[in-house]
Design a protein around this ligand. Structure first.
Ligand SMILES: Cc1cc2nc3c(=O)[nH]c(=O)nc-3n(C[C@H](O)[C@H](O)[C@H](O)COP(=O)(O)O)c2cc1C
Length: 207
């Protein structure tokens, strides 16, 4: 599948074939692509909790307005973002050239320390980019996915024992769509409506 085909094939799935398993090998294949997602200063704020246990998925469903796909999917991935990713800059830059390390490690501390709003934005931004890679990688390897924000973040954080420095970004169901259960894609704004040159009111990119 080439990239335009992959983009067209990725859909948010709400009806999965129940009872399917996703193995460690399947997950490894997918996450080996996810790790190449971009992040500011390469801080890689993302972290993923994979929930495969049937009992746990049932509990999660109750924390997500009863959405059936959580129980039927093969795994739920809680995509998380680390607020304190900047604290590990020295570790992440340990293999960089000395002048790079000496320049960037203090700079990163200066940018993020004492800036909770920015720390949160970056955690969400990086987590969201990784989530997009996750969806495309899953589709590439034959799995369907569904991003979800319809859940009680506090309860899910408690269930998954997230430390205070880690926030849920979104939940992602992974599984195989039930045949014939993918609805037609909803209206998408055309390119001419979403892309302008130079300024917000600038000339539109023609369709
Ligand atoms: C951040 C985010 C949160 C979403 N939350 C939910 C959700 O809780 N439940 C759900 O059924 N779909 C959810 N969706 C899926 C969207 O409804 C879906 O992406 C949109 O309708 C476009 O459909 P498509 O992904 O099939 O192209 C979410 C999508 C995103 C990106």
């Amino acid at each position: 599948m080439n990239f335009p085909e992959l983009c067209a094939a990725r859909r948010s799935i709400r009806r999965y074939q129940p009872g399917l398993s996703i193995t460690d090998d399947d997950l490894r294949q997918i996450f080996q692509q996810v790790q190449y997602s971009p992040s500011s200063f390469n801080l890689q704020h993302w972290h993923f909790i994979v929930i495969r246990d049937a009992g746990r998925k049932q509990v999660l469903r109750g924390m997500a307005y009863g959405q059936q796909q959580i129980e039927d999917c093969a795994a739920v991935v809680l995509v998380c973002g680390r607020l304190d990713a900047f604290e590990e800059a020295a570790v992440l830059y340990a293999q960089a050239a000395e002048e790079i390390l000496d320049k960037f490690v203090p700079m990163i501390g200066g940018v993020y320390r004492g800036q909770p709003a920015l720390q949160r934005e970056e955690a969400i931004r990086s987590g969201a980019l990784a989530a997009m890679t996750l969806m495309y990688a899953a589709r590439h390897f034959g799995w369907d996915s569904g991003p979800m924000i319809g859940f009680d973040a506090a309860k899910v954080s408690t269930l998954t024992e997230l430390p205070a420095t880690v926030v849920p970004v979104l939940m992602m169901t992974l599984g195989k769509a039930l045949e014939g259960a993918i609805p037609a894609r909803l209206y998408r704004r055309p390119v001419s409506e979403i892309v302008q040159f130079e300024t917000f009111q600038g000339t539109a990119l023609a369709d």
